[in-house]
Design a protein around this ligand. Structure first.
Ligand SMILES: [Zn+2]
Length: 185
């Protein structure tokens, strides 16, 4: 019988097949408009097409499942200046990023405030928030926050990150102890 203080491994430890992982909960969002103001010249531009983008969000911790936002958004072409642009969705995520602002902010805090090595931060995000972020991606985010944040991360953490128990795929992707999966981005 498990009591307070008993160690329980994460249920996904030891899983080797992607299909055995808990499936993501899909949340649909729309940024799909018939017309949008052209960011280049300010004229109104009709929708050219609608497309979709998947953003990984912090997971649902109650049911321990990942959470993906599937955003349908419009792409527009300005008839006046021929500018191509997407409907704005920077409230959700930065352009070309596969993760929501919440995931980025949580990841950066784990490293900058809590001093976790990138690999540990990656594992923490999966274990406690059910979002898989390759450690190299976290490193990019932290470095993008500037020198001040990067200065808080000392060699000590890097040594810890390289300690036994952590394994790395050929592409530098993180696989936590007891977990043999390697995710494609
Ligand atoms: Zn225009």
């Amino acid at each position: 019988m498990a009591g307070p203080g008993n160690y329980l491994a994460d249920v996904t430890e030891g899983i080797t097949r992607v299909e055995d992982l808990p499936p993501p909960k899909i949340i649909r969002r729309s940024r799909n408009y018939k017309r949008r103001r052209c960011p280049c010249c300010g004229r109104s531009a009709y929708r050219l097409r609608s497309v979709r983008r998947t953003l990984h969000d912090l997971g649902d911790s109650l049911v321990a499942r990942p959470r993906d936002l599937v955003v349908t958004y419009s792409q527009h072409r300005c008839p006046d200046c021929n500018c191509y642009f997407n409907a704005d969705m920077e409230d959700l995520a930065l352009p070309k990023n596969h993760y929501t602002h919440r995931v980025v902010a949580t990841a950066v805090r784990l490293v900058v405030e809590d001093g976790l090595p990138y690999r540990s931060a990656s594992w923490h995000l999966w274990r406690d928030h059910r979002v898989f972020v390759p450690w190299a991606t976290i490193q990019n985010w932290v470095e993008a926050t500037g020198e001040k944040a990067a200065a808080n991360i000392t060699g000590e953490y890097l040594d810890q990150a390289l300690s036994p128990g952590y394994r790395f795929g050929e592409t530098g992707r993180f696989t936590p102890p007891g977990w043999s999966l390697c995710f494609a981005e």
